[in-house]
Design a protein around this ligand. Structure first.
Ligand SMILES: Cc1cc2nc3c(=O)[nH]c(=O)nc-3n(C[C@H](O)[C@H](O)[C@H](O)COP(=O)(O)OP(=O)(O)OC[C@H]3O[C@@H](n4cnc5c(N)ncnc54)[C@H](O)[C@@H]3O)c2cc1C
Length: 416
């Protein structure tokens, strides 16, 4: 009898496994892939550092040689406006740096650390079904050789990412209808990237109705992606490769940077990744990471929120086990807190796609130091001190006003 059976060994599952093992609990991680494996989600946030420290994995991450990220650059598609968010300049941002990581290596470090902390990790083990009984849970999985096994545990932690296994099976997933996107992405060698202080910056280019990213992963390797509305993609009647090539060709800065680059893998496609689940905590089940819901990758918050929720779920399950209860008030508080954190980024994401937000975001108003509050959230500070909180509220009030009585100088939408 395991204390918890964790479905999925991505950042959320590993964080849960590490924390529960550190608390002395017996956990089993079932991961369908053989690591290392490719995964999207490569740009981390500075506040990831707090979780690395807590999970005791910081020295391993620090010595892995990942690209240091000091800032994020946002450009308009036609290049007429650009802004650089430098974490060191935010007065409410306590950590000046993050990392850009190749997820195959990053996820492997976390999963290995979970093993070293005492978790049992079984790779190439695909969970097929789950059951919640009165006093336990039951999980059936299939190994690589096709054989099946059933295991039992007190709790199930669903960390299956966008597969969203247990909520899907329970019909709990609902998509954000107004936010249906398609992402097309892959790795390139020898793209032109800035050097010096800007070496590790993520570049986000906001086109009129879509956006592109460039994430430097090493001196030669860059992750490149395009995110567009699903309806636009369908109307184009192009293959993902054609749509991607067309966007890169039509966006001057992407074209310039990719002029000497070569693609090193077939492009990947992700669809319908913006959704929420009806419940995140139910008797003997906790949902963490993307399985708790995901919105949009624009502000690189996914891995951070995944690890944070994994860590928190571990503490809450530890307490429920001590009380021998299938559902506790702490589990309900967990759900509320995870939704609150997702909500912080949702407010940014919803606004980011509006022109009024763009006008203020690309022309930061230095008065009152409002950009520092934006900087803190984009760095991953989800528990804002009072000074940052009220500045953020004023910032969003200005965005609201901008639609009616412009505060910042209005400018035309990007021609691209
Ligand atoms: C286009 C795009 C770009 C993104 N860019 C960023 C970014 O720059 N920065 C960032 O922080 N986030 C980004 N994200 C989000 C990020 O990828 C996720 O938030 C993060 O990977 C979530 O971690 P997780 O552990 O919840 O899920 P995952 O990392 O997806 O891990 C889930 C694991 O579960 C396993 N699994 C699934 N089903 C089963 C099963 N039935 N049995 C056993 N195992 C199973 C999978 O194999 C996988 O290893 C991006 C997302 C998208 C879609």
């Amino acid at each position: 009898m395991w204390d918890a059976i964790i479905i999925g060994g991505g950042p959320a599952g590993s964080s849960t496994a590490i924390k529960m093992s550190q608390l002395g609990r017996k956990v089993l991680v079932l991961e369908k892939e053989k690591f290392p494996r490719f995964h999207v989600g490569e740009s981390l946030l500075p506040y990831n550092r707090t979780i690395f420290d807590e999970l005791g994995v910081w020295s391993k991450i620090q010595s892995a040689g990942f690209m240091v990220k000091r800032g994020a650059q946002f450009w308009l598609g036609d290049g007429t406006k650009r802004v650089r968010v430098t974490f060191a300049q935010g007065i409410f941002t306590e950590f000046p740096e993050a990392f850009q990581v190749e997820r195959s290596r990053f996820d492997q470090i976390l999963l290995d650390h979970a093993s070293e902390c005492g978790a049992e990790v079984r790779e190439e083990s695909t969970v097929l079904t789950h059951e919640v009984l009165n006093d336990r849970t039951r999980v059936k999985y299939r190994r690589a050789d096709g054989t099946e096994e059933t295991v039992e545990g007190k709790f199930i932690v669903d960390a299956s990412g966008l597969s969203n296994m247990t909520a899907n099976a329970g019909g709990q997933r609902s998509y954000y209808e107004e936010h249906k996107k398609v992402a097309i992405y892959g790795h390139f060698d020898n793209a032109l990237m800035p050097d010096g202080d800007q070496l590790g910056d993520i570049l986000i280019i906001r086109r009129r109705n879509s956006w592109c990213w460039m994430i430097p992963l090493s001196a030669t390797k860059t992750s490149v992606g395009l995110v567009l509305d699903r309806t636009d993609f369908q109307a184009m009647k192009l293959t993902p490769e054609e749509a991607f090539a067309q966007a890169m060709e039509n966006t001057p800065e992407m074209k310039r940077r990719l002029a000497t680059a070569t693609k090193t893998m077939p492009l990947h496609v992700a669809r319908d990744f913006s959704y929420r689940n009806a419940t995140l905590a139910a008797p003997r089940i906790m949902r963490v990471g993307d399985s708790a819901g995901f919105i949009d990758p624009i502000f690189s918050s996914g891995v951070f929120l995944a690890m944070q929720s994994g860590r928190d779920a571990a503490c809450v399950i530890h307490e429920a086990l001590a009380k021998d209860q299938p559902m506790t008030s702490a589990m309900k508080r967990y759900e509320k807190n995870v939704r609150r954190r997702i909500g912080i980024y949702w407010e940014f994401i919803e606004n980011y796609y509006t022109h009024a937000f763009t006008e203020l975001f690309f022309q930061p108003q230095p008065g009152l130091n409002l950009p520092s509050s934006v900087n803190a959230v984009l760095a991953g500070r989800t528990e804002l001190p009072w000074g940052a909180w009220w500045r953020l509220r004023i910032f969003f009030l200005l965005v609201w006003l901008q639609r009616r009585h412009p505060i910042a100088r209005p400018f035309a939408q990007s021609s691209i």
